[in-house]
Design a protein around this ligand. Structure first.
Ligand code: ZN
Length: 368
């Protein structure tokens, strides 16, 4: 049996490129100004299948959060192995392999500038400043400058979550911040190279599309082995939420807190005339506190410890938190990954699909 989970980013990329070529696709490699641990080049690789400027497109993205990319990459490698087929000449499929290759290569959630790429896609007129509500009060706890003691963090964080309320705590800790370059959830000072280049690439490809379906794979907080399809309730028009529920079923949820600067915003902004259905497929691996603790320790280590040690405990913990070794979890990821792709392809390409008849609005989606 083929193991689609690769041992490292570079192995995954080689497999991806071979798979795209074997399926008759084109590869666009966006070379970034960053290097891997052995000085290797880092690229965002996009496999494109079908016409260059499609009427309808299905986009599948992985690795926006670096180390989370092992799961999304595995789903993509499985898809390439099973074969990518298109229903007609007007359609196209774009497979974006690891949007943040530095993070996957170095086992980080963020890129070479400590920027969370999924907080960097702000509109041209939006200012890169500000922090989420209640963030300042938690900043020192989340971003220690001395070696963090794991056990104590759990207790302190639980106490703060209790005082603030779970929802406010989550908002503060998972929201975007643009003021502290070495802290967690930093969205940058301007568009990062990856953001700029991807925007340029995708705007050319989808300029004339009328329907665009995007699945962006993530891992992290959530019940082990369960996935949700998170959609932005604010940006998602009524017809799209209903169509997504028809296609993907009751796993479609409203994002608990829409993230400032996230990838979905780019698609909604860039293609206002198209019907854009964007879902983050989030595979649960652990509790919110465990995800936060692992990110916090690794971030401390990167800035104040020795960032070059890939086998350090901080990086090893981060990897296992966002890509568990459990065979059962990995099997579920591959199965659900495949299922959501096939449902997404139908949503993108099936023109005979009846218009959505559900009446619920995005706001009435169950919370994720
Ligand atoms: Zn993520």
């Amino acid at each position: 049996m083929i193991d689609f989970f690769s041992s490292d980013y570079f192995t995954a990329r080689d497999r991806f490129r071979s798979g795209v070529l074997a399926n008759g696709g084109q590869i666009e490699s966006i070379l970034l100004n960053a290097k891997g641990p052995m000085g290797q080049d880092l690229t965002i690789d996009i496999g494109w299948f079908g016409t260059s400027n499609p009427d309808r497109a299905f986009i599948h993205a992985s690795g926006v959060h670096g180390v989370e990319g092992f799961a999304g990459s595995a789903i993509q490698l499985q898809w390439l192995e099973e074969g990518i087929t298109l229903p007609s000449d007007e359609c196209a499929v774009g497979v974006v392999h690891v949007m943040n290759p530095y993070g996957m290569a170095w086992l980080r959630l963020v890129n070479e500038n400590n920027v969370d790429v999924n907080r960097n896609f702000l509109a041209a007129d939006e200012e890169y400043s500000g922090v989420s509500e209640n963030y300042e009060g938690l900043r020192e706890l989340l971003n220690p400058v001395s070696p963090p003691a794991g056990g104590l963090f759990g207790l302190l964080a639980a106490w703060r979550a209790f005082r603030l309320g779970k929802r406010n705590f989550r908002r503060a800790t998972t929201g975007s911040q643009y003021n502290y370059p070495k802290a967690l959830a930093y969205g940058g000072r301007h568009h990062e190279q990856a953001t700029r280049c991807f925007q340029l690439y995708i705007s050319g490809r989808l300029a004339f599309s009328e329907r665009v379906v995007v699945v962006d794979v993530h891992t992290g907080a959530g019940k082990l082995g369960e996935d949700s399809l998170l959609v932005d309730g604010a940006d998602c028009r009524l017809e799209n939420a209903a169509a997504m529920q028809l296609a993907w079923g009751d796993r479609v949820r409203a994002m608990p807190e829409p993230t400032r600067g996230s990838l979905d915003g780019l698609f909604f902004r860039m293609f206002p005339a198209a019907r854009v259905c964007f879902a983050m497929q989030e595979f649960g691996t652990c509790s919110e506190m465990a995800a936060l603790a692992a990110a916090r320790t690794e971030n401390w280590q990167h800035h104040f410890g020795d960032p070059a040690e890939l086998d350090s405990k901080g990086k090893e913990d981060l990897l296992r938190t966002f890509c568990p070794e459990s065979a059962e979890w990995r099997t579920t990821v591959l199965e659900r990954g495949r299922e959501v792709i096939h449902q997404g392809l139908k949503l993108a390409f099936d023109t005979h699909r009846p218009a959505a008849t559900l009446t619920n609005t995005a706001r009435q989606l169950p919370p994720g």
